[in-house]
Design a binder for this molecule. Structure first.
Ligand SMILES: [Zn+2]
Length: 564
């Protein structure tokens, strides 16, 4: 225990200039000193550890300095300054109202107020956590605060301004201290690290700053802790390991899986994170923040709201470019709702998984799912094969559904890319097979109803004489119209799936002709036999979760999410 001094003390600011993150406030205080316009009572409000007491001490020292600098800073050399810096000045009295809040405490302070300072001009009384004073103590103090001697100056500090009675508030000049920004904290930590001869990765300091939540004192005490176990080599990895912080690498990987619409990958990642000991709520609130950070990265105007370290800013910006605003809005909402429902949920893991699945459903770009879809997506119109998955409602290909959708399905959430189906359909060369003589390329594709689709589906099935298996397959399922002239047929087994697949071109040619629309696309899926099984599909999981937490129903309705 030799001469070790904690950084919060060692690097305590000694001038207004060196106060971190409260620029406008310290400038105002300096101006007041310069213009000799001192009030006799100040109230410093703000969160803990943002510099209220430090500023109060600097203020007390500066107004007592015998030879202040032209910038109205304390000289830190005169007799008064030296006494302040060595903590032996008689011009400053501090009372911590959190532990000394009785009438007696205030009375002994008032005794001190009467006596003029031995040197310097002002006796400064700092009352910390002033809202903790008992009401009797408040009343005893009020008269002194109203008519103090000329040499007395009060600085009251509080983290809870609303608890300070109005009669006190009205007698004080009020200064609101703000949380210190991450960037300011990082800068200061870098400075402290240099002073300590330590090396520090900016990302590591960034994590410390985030953890400190805007308080410099906390940041410095975390810094000390990190210093001691890294021996002055402060790396990102060491910091996240020791502070039990979730590596943002995981969030990047989750985002990647979500953008690919890869629900399975996202669930595996979740498993990996959970098994390394992180709390589910922590994961999901972090993910919500991650999406929020991506959102503010999308625009130069909002980039100021981005508080993650500059060193990984480029990476955020690059990922943000892949996300549409609409996707990010929904993603933040989904993650946030999961966060809100997490505590009340009885199957927390499932809630997390469901949220990830929902997130994945927001995105279904082409490549990631093409392989999986191959078996299920049997028919693509010529020229649109690679584009189709993006146009498919998000849930369709991955998970077989228990029951066919209603005829008017919920609108699929968000299409993440700027590629719109309309454009793709426009580029599609006309399919000669489905364009018989009367339907020339100039003929516009007509919209059609779910009923019309069903009618023609049935009538085609009726025409089948020899193909009895195909006929059965078609009659046992009902085509469900999705958006953009795309429909889905959910069959009972892989045999039926093959039947429809092998005859898809004929079926589609017929439907396109009858419905006068060359854009019609079909997807065939096998429905799950679900009775008595654990929830597997998201629809089943949804039903299961509704039983546990009925709020989910509201969530689904509010976002017009589909249940499959
Ligand atoms: Zn001085």
């Amino acid at each position: 225990m030799d001469n070790y001094i904690v950084s919060a003390r060692k690097y305590r600011p000694s001038t207004f200039q060196s106060v971190v993150g409260q620029k406008s406030l310290t400038v105002t205080l300096k101006n007041a000193i310069q213009n000799n316009k001192l009030a006799h009572a100040y109230l410093f409000c703000g969160p803990r550890g943002v510099g209220k007491t430090s500023c109060a001490r600097i203020f007390a020292k500066t107004i007592n300095c015998l030879t202040p600098t032209p910038e109205s800073e304390a000289c830190n050399a005169c007799e008064s300054c030296t006494a302040f810096n060595e903590q032996r000045s008689y011009n400053i009295h501090e009372l911590d109202a959190a532990s000394n809040n009785s009438v007696e405490d205030i009375r002994s302070l008032i005794e001190q107020v009467r006596i003029p300072p031995p040197i310097g001009r002002y006796k400064v009384f700092i009352i910390d956590e002033v809202h903790m004073l008992s009401s009797a103590a408040f009343n005893a103090f009020l008269k002194t605060l109203e008519e103090p001697p000329r040499h007395a100056l009060f600085i009251l500090a509080t983290t809870e301004k609303h608890k300070v009675i109005p009669t006190i508030l009205s007698r004080c000049q009020i200064y609101d201290f703000s949380r210190i920004t991450i960037a300011d904290i990082v800068d200061h930590l870098q400075y402290v690290a240099q002073g300590e001869g330590a090396t520090a990765e900016p990302e590591a300091l960034n994590i410390i700053a985030q953890k400190a939540d805007g308080g410099m004192r906390d940041a410095l005490s975390i810094f000390d802790q990190v210093m001691s176990f890294t021996n002055g080599n402060i790396t990102y990895q060491a910091v996240i390991n020791n502070l039990n912080v979730l590596d943002y690498e995981y969030y990047f990987r989750l985002t990647e899986a979500v953008l690919e619409g890869n629900a399975r990958a996202s669930m595996l990642l979740l498993n990996e994170i959970l098994s390394s000991g992180f709390e589910g709520q922590h994961i999901i609130s972090g993910l919500a923040s991650h999406f929020r950070d991506l959102l503010v990265c999308k625009d130069a105007a909002t980039l100021v709201l981005f508080e993650v370290g500059a060193s990984i800013r480029e990476r955020y910006i690059a990922i943000a470019k892949q996300c549409s605003d609409a996707f990010l809005f929904k993603a933040i909402s989904l993650a946030n709702d999961c966060d809100l429902n997490y505590k009340t949920s009885r199957n927390k893991r499932l809630l997390l998984e469901l949220t990830l699945i929902r997130l994945c459903q927001l995105c279904r770009p082409a490549d990631a799912t093409a392989e999986e879809d191959k078996k299920k997506t049997l028919i693509e119109p010529v020229g649109t094969a690679t584009a189709t998955p993006a146009s498919v409602p998000p849930s369709a290909a991955h998970t077989p559904v228990a029951a066919p959708r209603p005829a008017a399905p919920a609108k699929p959430p968000v299409r993440p890319t700027s590629t719109s189906l309309k454009d793709l359909a426009g580029e599609k060369p006309p399919d000669p097979q489905s364009n018989p003589a009367q339907a020339t390329a100039a003929t516009p594709n007509l919209p059609f109803t779910a009923e019309a689709l069903l009618t023609h589906w049935k009538s085609y099935a009726e025409t089948l004489k020899a193909k009895i298996h195909l006929k059965n397959a078609m009659q046992s399922c009902k085509p469900v119209l999705q958006e953009n002239d795309y429909f889905e047929a959910a069959v009972l087994n892989p045999g039926q799936q093959d039947e429809l697949a092998n005859n898809a071109s004929d079926i589609l040619a017929f439907l396109r002709r009858e419905l006068k629309n060359t854009n019609i696309q079909m997807r065939v899926r096998v429905t799950a036999e679900t009775a008595g099984k654990l929830p597997v599909t998201s629809a089943e999981k949804y039903e299961y979760l509704i039983n546990i937490n009925p709020l989910l129903k509201q969530l689904r309705e509010e976002f017009s999410l589909s249940t499959d």
